[in-house]
Design a protein around this ligand. Structure first.
Ligand SMILES: Nc1nc2c(ncn2[C@@H]2O[C@H](COP(=O)(O)OP(=O)(O)OP(=O)(O)O)[C@@H](O)[C@H]2O)c(=O)[nH]1
Ligand SMILES: Nc1ccn([C@@H]2O[C@H](COP(=O)(O)OP(=O)(O)O)[C@@H](O)[C@H]2O)c(=O)n1
Ligand SMILES: [Mg+2]
Length: 175
């Protein structure tokens, strides 16, 4: 099964919470027809299913922490395999969240050809998420969790940008 995605074109989309990853991915999908897989959306779908695993995930996400690496990676891999026959390439949105997640992805699936870095100022991200929280219904779009997500982004996820910059595949779209 995993053979089906061995040579897939892979683009990581990385940025802080509320930076606009989902918004930019929709534009890329409209223009290039790639398959958009948001790791956060996959996790939220598992929570919505009401499964035991979903309940565990919900507790972690509500606190703004990272769910175990293997859980997210398995979900992304399954979703990629399901679309392998029809996909021209994959936008992996919200992953990797830490350098280790990127390394494991490359071991189990393959290397990205590009990393799209969606940059925004901390205060802009907080403002957008507070606004989105008025209607999103997302349990983590509240002031306390937003702060934790942002702290974790600077601590764990920004090093991902540095890591892939040294490989020369980071691009920062001009928004
Ligand atoms: N003003 C402005 N708002 C934007 C822009 N891009 C996204 N937004 C808004 O900012 C909020 C967050 O955008 P998302 O695309 O959901 O961001 P995300 O990075 O996917 O965030 P998570 O879902 O938390 O991972 C939404 O309410 C968007 O409508 C932008 O370029 N300008
Ligand atoms: N690769 C991932 C993606 C999301 N998550 C979890 O899912 C939550 C929401 O992720 P998201 O990408 O939709 O949202 P942002 O944190 O980027 O705003 C995160 O705060 C994490 O708890 C994770 O643990 N690992
Ligand atoms: Mg998103």
């Amino acid at each position: 099964m995993a053979d089906k995605i061995k040579d897939a074109k892979i683009i990581f989309v990385v940025g802080g919470p509320g930076s606009g990853k989902g918004t930019q991915c929709e534009k890329v999908v409209a223009k290039y027809g790639y398959t958009h897989l948001s790791s956060g959306d996959l996790l939220r779908a598992e929570v919505a299913s009401g499964s035991e695993r979903g309940k565990t995930l919900q507790a972690i996400m509500q606190k703004g922490e990272l769910v175990p690496l293997d859980t997210v990676l398995d979900m992304i891999k399954d979703a990629m395999i399901a679309k392998a026959d029809v996909s021209k390439g994959f936008l992996i949105d919200g992953y990797p969240r830490e350098v280790k997640q990127g390394e494991e992805f490359e071991k189990k699936i393959g290397a990205p050809c590009l990393l799209l870095y969606i940059d925004a100022k901390g205060e802009t991200m907080v403002k957008r998420l507070m606004k989105r929280g008025e209607t999103s219904g997302r349990a983590d779009d509240n002031e306390e969790t937003i702060k934790k997500r942002l702290d974790l982004y600077y601590k764990a996820t920004e090093p991902v940008i540095t890591f892939y910059t040294s490989r020369g595949i980071v691009r920062k779209p001009l928004l």
